[in-house]
Design a protein around this ligand. Sequence first.
Ligand SMILES: [Zn+2]
Length: 295
Amino acid sequence: MSKFKKILLIIITIIVIASCLILVKDYYKNYKNVAYSKEVTQESTGKDLNVSNKIPVLMYHDINNDKNMNLMKIDKKSFEEQMKYLKDNNYNTLTIDQFYDSIINGKKVPKKSVLITFDDGYEDHYKNAYPVLKKYNLHATMFIITDYLDKGTLYLKSNELKEMSDNGIDIESHTTNHPYLDKLTYEEQLKTLQNSKSKLEDICKKSVRFVAYPYGAYNTNTIKADKKLGYMMAFTTKGKWADLNKGAYALNRIYIFPQYDLNNFKDRIDNPSYSQIVHPIKAIEEAYYSILAWY
Ligand SMILES: [Zn+2]
């Protein structure tokens, strides 16, 4: 990289960090004023059955205590606190098939039902999340980037994936290499969706029928490819409760960010119109990826 480009990169990085700090400051100002003023008053019994047309799908990424800059990371204590809350308060954690039967086929599920999902296939999903899920006997679904399996210490190993799959964790696709699907041709999309599916089926010896789009990005070709390959349902990263507003191939999920405390977690799983403040992390993420793409 030339000296000019290095200087330019430093300047841009400073501008991005400064902008993010402003956004974070504004966010917290808004967050305190708006999110906490919205008390959740509705108490559900956990026993009522519900033909649910809206279900909260929780979206997790890393679960660890490392002091790095990963902004989607939840520390182990907070994760356990959230899972314990679900257990202690009689939430019903759905398998991906139960979720499908409810949201697509209208089958009744307990009123306090949630789907827990993890993206990317990090090693800490096995080391830190899986033991907690087992401890509280909770179901969950993991969306795996298959090219990253067995590569280094950050990502899962095939045998860990198989073990979790054998013990009730649903293993589904997050493509082979985490592309923006909407930037690929139809054939390229078909390839990454097909290869990730086949690899997971080889490892787990179970059919893979669901996919989460990296960055939540998709277009009409993605849905066409999904259908051709036998995917029955797909998830985005749009922060809302899942419903069929945009069909079975564009289901929303709820961000779980480290900045949120348990009150906010409760709001997100109890209240379909939980506070929808634009999160600064999304802006940071987009700025980061746009710089990478530029270089
Ligand atoms: Zn991802």
